[in-house]
Design a protein around this ligand. Structure first.
Ligand code: GDP
Ligand code: MG
Length: 645
């Protein structure tokens, strides 16, 4: 069965609650104080099935002091009934509630002319005219205006028909997306514990699901789900649900938080937005303190206008009726994603002044009074109702890639920040790569331009290094990273090296060099290198002393030192303890010792004395070499002897 959430809207005492009660039989005014004072203070709830549609009613207070409660209820509605009393016609909160519905882009609705029993034909006609004037050019233009009397019970059939009519045209909400239920009530139920209620604006909530209450990222488990007072296995988007939670106390949750899929939203105090200033409001000044409403939350914050501004020194402002880009700086964290709509009310008096669309819930800190910042906002701008959503999503991802720089944009941020449906994340990443905008390394994306710069930087740095130090075989990998990509994502750096190696541009693992790099030795160095290498090769297991190699080979001391280091870096000479051996001598030794094992098949043992004798070397060489063989796992020491492995 289709579920539709209907919100009432309209001035106080215009008969909203009476209408809901006449339709559903439930009095939505549930607080003692509401009964005593005869007014709605907080949200009221009731439900009714008409034809084959489930209507969940969210009844809101009309009093100007309780607009914040009205806002907590209107966020998730599919359809609004704008209630106008026929005897009073359009009043201030009729306008304010209507403005709010427009700014939030409530998708559908119609008008109820209530208290029809108190109005004669002329009054009714006047009210109709005023309503038509109010809704001209809006989503309610041309919709039904239904006279009703809750008291006399007249017009209710026509009202139900209008409700079903409007309901049929409403598209369902996305129940496959991420779960999000802005919490509007929290209470404790005997035998159950913590229960939260709200309108499930997207996704589903199933029994035993693991979700989080955010802001605060508190992990909870779903112990029970009720929809319209009935236990269910799950609630789906577009339904009002009561959810029994374990893992959290009533005192730890409040209205304004949301029950969401872990990691799917940004908890943020900064958001770049489109702001639409109401024509009836004062100019919205840069720096203005405001009340930010989104979902069921109300958070104080300030508006900073984005863009270079005019040449004058006056505080910039957004004119009434205009559309501008702004950065909201909130005083507490909000749970936001790109595409969310919100309302701004003035700090004092708290009247509705503007609303708009979240473009980026996690913008990079930095200057916003610039032409570049304005251009960035323009690239992020979009209309969720247009057909351009796919292109807009791609554009936004490109901006966010540029923001992310070398650190890269994690794939998860495509959902939490750019609002990409989790099922489309891989496709979006592929589209960015295919368009030449991004390069993917493990689970991060990096801007293609920056990646090209990194590769260019690696080649340039190595070129310079080889020029400055022709005897070096290259730069240690970590040093290269420190120089070029210190704050960058390591997977991106690794990918750049792998790409360059695959293209045969660079070579090496621990030390990176250009593939074309050849050691450039002077003829003198070449001779010295050859002489030293020969001396060690000839020395075999009784190599010369490094300190006297210069004298022994007739090479100048400084040159000999350089060549000794070079031969070690090239792994021609290998350091064992304080001695240097030619690599070939060691390889041959290992082979010969290992071969002992195969003669006879029995366990081969070797001790210092036989080792010295066999290889004709003194203790000075024998001990470090035997320990070397142990380290190389050719032998294992057992007391005074060694076993060949
Ligand atoms: N005569 C008449 N009075 C009504 C009708 N509907 C509501 N009222 C009265 O108008 C007052 C305000 O109604 P209520 O539903 O609380 O208004 P709300 O503030 O918009 O929710 C109450 O005293 C109701 O009894 C109606 O159809 N006819
Ligand atoms: Mg009421």
């Amino acid at each position: 069965m289709k579920s539709i959430v209907v919100g009432t809207a309209g001035h106080i005492d215009h008969g909203k609650s009476a209408l809901v009660q006449a339709l559903t039989g439930t009095d939505p005014d549930r607080l003692k104080e509401e009964k005593a004072r005869g007014i709605t203070i907080d949200l009221g709830f009731a439900h009714q099935t008409i034809d084959d549609i489930n209507f969940a009613f969210v009844d809101v207070p009309g009093h100007e002091r309780f607009v914040k409660n009205m806002l907590a209820g209107v966020g998730g509605i599919d359809l609004v009934v704008l209630v106008v009393a026929a005897d009073e016609s359009v009043m201030p909160q009729t306008r304010e509630h209507f403005d709010i519905c427009r700014l939030l882009r409530v998708p559908a609705g119609f008008v109820a002319l209530t208290k029809a029993d108190l109005a004669d034909a002329d009054m009714l006609e006047l009210a109709r005219l005023e309503v038509r004037e109010l809704v001209a050019g809006s989503f309610l233009e041309g919709t039904a205006i239904v006279p009703v009397s809750a008291r006399a019970g007249e017009g209710l059939d026509a009202f139900r028909a209008a409700l079903v009519d409007a309901g049929r045209n409403i598209r369902g909400r996305a129940s496959h997306g991420v779960t999000r239920l802005p919490i509007d009530r929290v209470f404790s139920m005997k035998g159950f514990g913590t229960v939260v209620t709200g309108t499930l604006v997207s996704g589903r909530i199933a029994l035993d699901a693991d979700l989080v209450v955010a802001p605060g990222d508190r992990a909870v488990k779903v112990r029970g789900v009720q929809v319209h007072g009935q236990r269910q296995r799950e609630a789906i988007a577009g339904q009002r649900a009561a959810v029994n939670l374990s893992g959290v106390e009533v005192d730890d949750i409040e209205r304004g938080q949301a029950l969401v899929t872990p990691g799917a939203f940004e908890e943020t105090r900064l958001a770049d937005v489109v702001v639409e200033v109401l024509p009836s409001a004062k100019p919205l000044k840069h720096g203005a303190r405001v009340r930010f409403h989104q979902g069921t939350a109300e958070i104080l914050g300030r508006v900073a206008l984005i863009g270079p501004g005019g040449p004058d020194r006056a505080v910039p402002s957004a004119a009434p009726g205009s559309r501008a880009f702004a950065r909201l700086r909130l005083e507490a964290r909000a749970v936001l994603v790109r595409g969310d709509r919100y309302i701004l009310r003035a700090y004092s008096p708290p009247v509705t002044i503007a609303g708009g669309l979240i473009l980026d819930p996690k913008p990079p800190r930095g200057a916003i009074r610039s032409a570049a910042a304005l251009a960035r906002s323009q690239r992020l701008d979009f209309d969720p109702a247009s057909g351009d959503v796919d292109a807009a999503e791609q554009r936004a991802a490109v901006v966010m890639l540029a923001d992310a720089g070398a650190a890269g944009l994690p794939l998860t941020a495509l959902t939490s920040r750019a609002g990409v449906d989790p099922r489309n994340v891989q496709a979006r990443a592929e589209a960015l790569v295919a368009a030449g905008e991004a390069v993917r390394a493990a689970d991060v994306l990096v801007a293609a331009r920056l990646y090209a710069q990194l590769k260019g930087g690696i080649v340039a740095t190595l070129t310079q290094h080889h020029r400055a130090q022709p005897l070096s075989e290259g730069l240690p990998r970590e040093e290269l990273r420190d120089q070029l990509f210190k704050r960058g994502h390591v997977a991106v750096f690794d990918l750049a090296l792998a790409d360059l190696a695959a293209a045969n541009t660079i070579a090496g693992r621990d030390r990176i060099a250009l593939a074309t790099h050849r050691l450039a030795l002077s003829p003198e160095e070449e001779r010295a290198r050859a002489a030293i290498e020969r001396a060690y090769r000839d020395g075999g297991l009784k190599p010369p002393d490094a300190a006297s190699i210069a004298a022994a080979t007739g090479v100048a001391g400084a040159v000999a030192d350089r060549m000794l280091k070079l031969l070690q870096r090239q792994k021609v000479l290998v350091r064992v303890d304080v001695l240097l051996f030619h690599d070939e001598a060691l390889k041959q030794l290992k082979a010969e010792v290992a071969a002992l094992k195969t003669t006879g098949g029995a366990v081969a043992r070797i001790d210092v004395a036989t080792f010295k004798e066999r290889f004709g070397i003194s203790r000075k060489f024998a001990i470090p070499l035997l320990e070397y063989l142990d380290r190389e796992r050719v032998t294992r020491r057992m007391g005074e002897t060694r076993v060949v492995l």
